[in-house]
Design a protein around this ligand. Structure first.
Ligand code: NDP
Ligand code: GDR
Length: 324
């Protein structure tokens, strides 16, 4: 049988690395799009790099996307690339819009031009719900984004729906709630906390400065969530899905569990620093994954406490190894 071929933008990111693993395990040939940078940034895919085909392209450059698709002719394209850090989207709103919003149109156009039979996944976000209109959030909850990032993701979502309806593309949008792992970037709050815990436990730091401790998120495990992406593209009919755990926890609870996993008291170490507060906040997110469960058969394996413990353990190993 001919191997199925998938192209992933954002393959060097957290989700890209887990999705590449999943697809390789299913026998896919995996094409990973990487953008040019002055230093290589392949830590998350180093363990599978020899099994991937890496191609240079950038969401800011239409011709490079057309060339990547034309030269490699994938049957599935997963658009995971983005300027994905919400805080940065206030200091770089135009770059965020170019990448996270217009980048989606560039990729959809590349597919439309080269081969409209390609199945397409768009990495949409719970940040689109923002100042939420209802709890929990579902596929029909209205959007009210609260950051330039959230606004850009709303555009990316609707252009995906629009190309599906305009050109009949098999294009699906996954409205994924926060998902984390030991591979999460250090700037996101879960990893910042678990890495901070490890440094404090090893005596390298004493304090951890955070922003809003009251905000609540529906945190799941990234390896569970990439399964939902793949399942969406295996359906006969494209559609949009909320992917979430259905549980919400505050940043304060995250601190309690993470410091507790290293037998530390978070209240002795966490300080609030205004630099990490946002101009407009998303206070509460919690998703209803009923449609993903009923239609895709998707379930998560890892819950909140286990996820945080797993991340603390991984960061303890990392910091200890760095100490030698
Ligand atoms: P990461 O920030 O870990 O990865 C982002 C990826 O995008 C990196 O590979 C990065 O490349 C790439 N990238 C950025 N700009 C460009 C560009 N101009 N051209 C090509 N590639 C580019 O994100 P995650 O893995 O966490 O998230 C994956 C996607 O899912 C993103 O679109 C994110 O917005 C979305 N999302 C994430 C959620 C989460 O909780 N993780 C929840 C909902 C949505 P480089 O390594 O070179 O920087
Ligand atoms: P988020 O993730 O903005 O939800 O976007 P992040 O982990 O950055 O923030 C979650 C919540 O924690 C609060 N917070 C802090 N956040 C950071 N980064 N650093 C801090 O020190 C801190 N203190 C408190 C934030 O204010 C916020 O309320 C993530 C990204 O992966 C997006 O790409 C994705 O679309 C959404 O999740 C779903």
């Amino acid at each position: 049988m001919v191997a199925r071929r998938a192209l992933i933008t954002g393959v060097t990111g957290q989700d890209g690395s887990y999705l590449a693993e999943l697809l390789l395990a299913q026998g896919y040939e995996v094409i990973g799009v990487v953008r040019r940078s002055s230093t290589l940034n392949f830590e998350r895919i180093a363990h599978i790099q020899d099994r991937l085909t890496l191609v240079p392209a950038d969401l800011l450059d239409e011709v490079s996307l057309i060339a990547a698709i034309r030269d490699h002719r994938p049957s599935e394209v997963y658009n995971l690339a983005a300027q994905s850090f919400v805080q940065t989207s206030w200091s770089q709103p135009v770059l965020t819009g170019e990448t996270t919003a217009l980048g989606v149109t560039r990729l959809l156009d590349a597919i439309r031009i080269v081969d409209p039979e390609i199945r397409f996944y768009q990495a949409s976000s719970s940040e689109m719900f923002g100042k939420v209109h209802e709890v929990p959030q579902t596929e029909v909850t209205p959007f009210y984004p609260r950051s330039p990032y959230g606004v850009a993701k709303v555009y990316g979502h609707w252009i995906t729906v629009n190309y599906r309806e305009s050109y009949g593309l098999h294009a699906s949008s996954g409205m994924l709630f926060n998902h984390e792992s030991p591979r999460r970037g250090l700037e996101f709050v879960t990893r910042k906390v678990t890495h901070g815990v490890a440094r404090i436990a090893c005596g390298l730091d004493d304090k951890l400065a955070l922003g809003n401790l009251d905000s609540q998120r529906d945190w799941g495990y990234a390896a569970d969530y990439v399964r939902a992406m793949w399942l969406m593209l295996q359906q006969d009919v494209p559609s949009d899905y909320v992917v979430a755990t259905g549980e919400t926890h505050s940043v304060r609870e995250l601190c309690e569990v993470a410091f507790g996993a290293a037998e530390l008291d978070w209240q002795q170490h966490v300080v609030v620093d205004e630099r990490f507060l946002r101009p407009a906040e998303v206070d509460l997110l919690v998703g209803d994954p009923t449609k993903a469960r009923d239609t895709l058969g998707w379930e998560r394996d890892v819950g909140f406490a286990r996820l945080v413990e797993m991340m603390v353990e991984a960061d303890l190993d990392l910091v200890r190894a760095q100490l030698g």
